[in-house]
Design a binder for this molecule. Structure first.
Ligand code: DAH
Length: 495
């Protein structure tokens, strides 16, 4: 099974030694390990990002750079610092790394994979991470005593300036700019948090939002109808979703009744849930394939399950979290909800209403690429990074069919009977339709029906481009042409 290269002299605890990866990387891993036995390790030290402007450097461990009354330059921008300053040099040095924009970095690949599910949304991927307390907390309705505001949880530059703790910090500004109905923001975020293999003080989030303008679509029923029309355009999935709660609940998940009708919120919630289910189903199917748990038997034993649970965020109501059942546990993937109308009103777009979500890219990338420790994302070891260089996400699709006669054989059978199926004919068909966009085609299941004696085959096709991330729509189109070709040219009966 392929492995992810973990620099072996870094201080990283790799846990179970071998991890599967969706990328066929085992060979280069071995070769490089042999060629360069002593790799360099992750380095997040200062990269001339941070300059000291005060004549007296502080001796306070949290303020190694400036005196209390000094100034600091981060990434070329200058800020006054005061006694609130608690961001150390390694943390500030991360602002120029922008892992989510480094080509072939797993965080960047994960970002692109999710972005590909939102083809019409405008992407904002280079927003500056030092923001005001107002942007990070006030505009979003955080209570003055919210624990997230404390210096124990948040990195401050000064009393009114922080390293953003979430991508939601840019929501209000983008609503105000009003450049598109839907937008995505991917960015580095900063939090003082636990030290373990799943937490790092700098990580990456993706924020998304979609709003509809009532003046364009009409109010009341006609707005709800327009939104439901949009819902019908979201790709349909076949995963069972647990969603036991009503869309709104008077105490736990209230309707913003002074602004929205129940019909409007039902429609917005359906669009939100269907859009995010689509993302999560696609991403986790890739992750399951990568982890090697995709055969029918395993799928039957542990079918892919997702569920919506009620949540609370100061900036949405109603609010939810989406969880995925992953290797025996429910894993929280994202938070979302109907945007508080006060945020849109204060951003001068009071005619708009809609939804927003936020998710952590590291958690998804760790599953997708079988990366065992969050610190690895910061590795500057070429061997870690190179293994993602020529790889774009895999997209697996299965095709199952009955052969026409019991005398058929898969692979190597004689061609005396024109009804016979020969695997190479299938390979040729796949090549004709998809060319180099298919990485491999494998027989994953085969059985003979006990009473009819008919034989059924199931092939798994891995769609993956060497140059770019394929969208699911592209892969679906190729797959459906291959299915048609199988039925028409090779005479099989599709299942
Ligand atoms: N900002 C939240 C966090 O960091 C995530 C989030 C939840 C973003 C709900 C949203 C949202 O836009 O609607 O945990």
């Amino acid at each position: 099974m392929p492995t992810v290269i973990v620099p072996n002299d870094s201080a990283v605890d790799t846990g179970t030694a071998v991890h599967s990866s969706p990328f066929g990387l085992e060979a280069p891993c071995r070769r490089l390990n042999a060629a360069r036995p002593s790799p360099c390790v992750a380095n997040t030290k200062a990269q001339s990002t941070v300059a000291v402007c005060s004549p007296t450097a502080s001796t306070h461990p949290a303020m190694p750079l400036c005196s209390v009354s000094g100034r600091i330059v981060v990434g070329g921008r200058e800020y006054p610092v005061d006694e609130w300053m608690n961001a150390s040099e390694p943390i500030l040095s991360a602002v120029t790394r922008k892992l989510h924009l480094q080509s072939h970095h797993p965080i960047s690949i994960t970002r692109q994979l999710i972005e590909s599910r939102f083809p019409t949304y405008r992407c904002h991927n280079d927003l500056w991470p030092i923001v005001s307390v107002a942007q990070n907390f006030d505009t979003l309705g955080f209570a003055p005593d919210h624990p997230g505001r404390s210096r124990t949880d948040t990195y401050y530059i000064n009393k009114s300036t922080v390293l953003r703790t979430h991508t939601s910090a840019h929501q209000a500004d983008l609503f105000r700019d009003n450049l598109s109905d839907g937008f995505l923001i991917s960015a580095d975020v900063y939090r003082r948090d636990a030290v373990d293999r799943n937490h790092y003080p700098v990580f990456h989030q993706m924020e998304g939002a979609m709003t509809w303008d009532k003046t364009k679509h009409g109010y009341g029923d006609s707005l709800a109808r327009a939104i439901w029309d949009d819902v019908s355009r979201i790709p349909v999935h076949n995963v069972v979703v647990e969603d036991p709660n009503p869309t709104v609940h008077p105490e736990r998940n209230p309707l913003q009744s002074e602004h929205h009708s129940l019909e409007e919120v039902e429609a917005v919630a359906a669009h939100l849930k269907r859009s995010l289910e689509d993302v999560v189903v696609e991403v986790f199917k890739s992750a399951r394939s990568a982890a090697g748990c995709t055969n029918d038997e395993e799928e039957a034993n542990e079918p892919f399950r997702i569920r919506w649970v009620e949540a609370y965020f100061p900036f949405t109501s109603p609010s939810w979290e989406l969880e995925v059942f992953w290797q025996g546990d429910w894993l929280e993937i994202l938070g979302c909800g109907v945007v508080k109308q006060s945020i849109l009103n204060n951003a001068n777009v009071s005619s708009r209403l809609g939804w927003a979500f936020g998710l952590g890219l590291e958690r998804i990338a760790m599953l997708l690429f079988s990366i065992p420790d969050i610190r690895l994302f910061w590795s500057q070891d070429r061997r870690f990074l190179d293994q993602f260089e020529s790889t774009h996400p895999a997209c697996y699709k299965d095709v199952a069919f009955w052969l026409r006669s019991t005398s058929s054989s898969a692979g190597g059978g004689s061609r005396s009977n024109p009804a016979d199926f020969h695997e190479n004919d299938m390979m040729e068909l796949v090549r004709d339709v998809a060319g180099d966009l298919v990485e491999d085609v494998r027989l994953v299941d085969e059985f003979v029906h006990p009473t009819t004696g008919r034989k059924s085959l199931c092939y798994r096709i891995n769609y993956r481009s060497l140059e770019r991330t394929l969208t699911n729509d592209e892969a679906n189109q190729l797959h459906s042409r291959i299915r048609n070709g199988l039925a028409e040219k090779l005479g099989v009966e599709l299942r």
